[in-house]
Ligand binder design. Sequence first.
Ligand code: CS2
Length: 425
Amino acid sequence: MPRILHLGLGNFHRAHQAWHTTRAGGWQITGVVMGNRALFDSLRRQGGAYHLGIRGAQGLHVERIAVHDRLLLARDEPQAVIAAIADPEVDIVTLTITEKGYCLGPDGRLDLANPSIAADLNNTPRSAIGMLTHGLSRRNTPITVVSCDNVSGNGHKLRAAVKEFSRAAGLSLTADIHFPDTMVDRITPATTDAIRAEIEAASGLTERAPVMTEAFSEWIIEDDFAGPRPAWETAGVEIVPDVAPYEMRKLRLLNAAHSFLAYAGLLAGHRYVHEAMADPALRASVERLWDEAQATLPEAVLSTTPAYRAALVERFAVTEMRHELAQIACDGSLKLHERVLPLIAGLDDAPQARQAIAAWIAFVLRRRDTGEALRDPNADRIANLVEDNPSTRALCQALSGLIGLPKASSDWFDKLASEVVRLRG
Ligand code: CS2
C-alpha cells in the first residue's frame, strides 16, 4: 500500500489529515511522534489506532482511526526517521510541527541562529527541518512534502527553509521535490480527563490517546504533487491552483480572532473560547477585527466572507468544546506575526489589530506579575525586553520589533502603549 510519513503526531494531525486520509482510503501512514514519549507509548500499545470524538449538532460521534501502521519516536531514533523519509516507498511527507517547528525568523526565512538548527548543523539532526532535509538529500525518487501548519505560504517557506538548511549543512538535494501550499482547519482542543472519559463512555473501550474535535473540517491543497497521492478530493479535501486567498481568509479571520480572544479573554477572567465570545465587549471587538481583516482579503474570497464569519460565530460558541484560551495563547510572538500583522501592514489604520497586539503585551506583563510561565519559544528574549524597558511605551516598541511589526509612526506606538495601560487596569 502506498505510504505517507507524518512528522508531528499531535492531536491536530490525528483529527485532521489522518481522518481525511482514512476516508480517502488506500494509504497508510508512518507516524513520527517528535518528543512526547507518553503519547508514543500509548499509541504503540494500541497498535497506532485511537478513537476520535467528533462533536456535531447531533451530539458526539466516535470513530476509530487505524491508518498509522508504523510509529517512530524522533527523539530516540532520529536516524530511523531520516531513513524512513529517504525510503522510496514513501511518496508524501506531511508535517504538523506548529509555527515554531519551522525555526523561521521574522523575515520568514530559516533562522540559522535558532538553537535547534544550530545544533542540527553539528550533530545528528533532531529538529523536523534537520531530519527532513537529511532524509530528502538521500533520495533520488520524487517526493511531495506537505506542510499542514498555520503559516502563510507554508509550502514556499518550507521549501526555502529546507534549501537554506541543505546549503548550510553541505547537503545536496537532487530528487524532484514538491512543496504544495495548504490551508488546514479543524478546531481541536488539547485532550483532558473529561474528554478521555467522554470518548471512552461513547466507544465502550479504554482509550489511551483519544482526540476530540469539531464536525467542521477544511483542507485545501495546492495542486502541486511530484507523484501519487490519496484520492483526497473524494474525502472532503479541495485541490486548487492557488491556496493563498484561503490561507489569508483563515489566518486573518479565524486565527486572528482566536489570538485576540485568548489574550483579551484571559485578561478579562475567561477560560474558554465560548465564554470570551459570549462577552459583549469582546464579541464587538471581534466583529471590528473581522471588518479590518476583511478589508485586506483578496477579491477571490470576498463574496464568501459574510458566511465564513457567521460560521465562525457558531464554531466559537460551542460550549461543549471547552477550548481553552490558554492553549491558543501560547507562542504568541510567532502567531501574531502570521495572524494580526498583515492587517496593520495592509491598512492605513487598524485600531482593532493594534488592540490585539496590546492585549498580547498586557498578557505578557500579567504573566510576569503572576510568575506564571510564558509558553513561547521567545520567552527568554521577551523577559529580557520586559526587564530592560521599564517604560510601557519603550516596551511596546521593543516587543513590536520582536514580532516583526513593519514600520509604525510614533503616534501609533503612543496609542499602543495607552491601550496596554488601559487593558492592565
Ligand atoms: C488556534 C488554532 O491554538 C491556536 O492558535 O488558533 O489551533 C486553531 O484552533 C486552528 O487553526 C483551527 O483550525
